[in-house]
Ligand binder design. Structure first.
Ligand code: GDP
Ligand code: MG
Length: 164
């Protein structure tokens, strides 16, 4: 049994980019157009000798009765809450808080699982000021990261290890 770490968040915040950065293999396709890709969603990763399985919930799709694929952030979040040992909730430091972020935060606040709030796209020290508004989501201290520049990913994973 390896602990399951779920990456949750609305489209385009950088979940796949973060996932790829952590697993150190470019196995998912990063796309600007949400819903276009068929991402690889599970991968085994390791940090400081601790192994865990990471899941990119943004890649989870559902099939309706007409065989159409669709994604649902609510289902993705609920799946993560049910299955995961730790949830990394990714938000976008460039766009700030969006209504969908509030919806997911509302679900996660009462979920009973550890939630780590990662503010992505903090690509430079000057942008760190953008993390503070995310205190309003009521999920504790936000951690600023840049999945593209690989900034603060160690701090994020250190936080994950506290719970697994
Ligand atoms: P997802 O829909 O949450 O999986 O988001 P993606 O990982 O596909 O990324 C969406 C877009 O955000 C892509 O154009 C990425 O290059 C961009 N992106 C992801 N991480 C960062 C980051 O740390 N900084 C910046 N500036 N852009 C990022
Ligand atoms: Mg993605």
């Amino acid at each position: 049994y390896k602990p399951l770490v779920a990456v949750v968040g609305r489209p385009n915040v950088g979940k796949s980019t973060l996932f790829n950065a952590v697993v150190k293999k470019r196995i998912s396709i990063v796309e600007d157009i949400p819903g276009v890709t068929r991402d690889r969603i599970y991968f085994d990763a390791e940090w400081l000798g601790q192994e865990f399985t990471m899941i990119d919930t943004g890649g989870i799709e559902f099939v309706d009765q007409d065989n159409h694929f669709f994604t649902s952030m609510r289902y993705q979040a609920e799946l993560a809450i049910r299955e995961a040992d730790v949830i990394i909730y990714v938000v976008d430091g460039k766009t700030g808080i969006q209504p969908q972020d509030e919806e997911i935060a509302h679900i996660l606040r009462s979920c009973g699982k550890p939630v780590i709030l990662a503010v992505n796209k903090i690509d430079s020290v000057e942008q760190e000021i953008n993390i503070y508004e995310f205190y309003n989501l009521g999920l504790g201290d936000p951690i600023g990261i840049s999945a593209v520049n690989l900034m603060n990913l160690g701090d994020l994973l250190d936080e994950v290890l506290k719970y697994i």
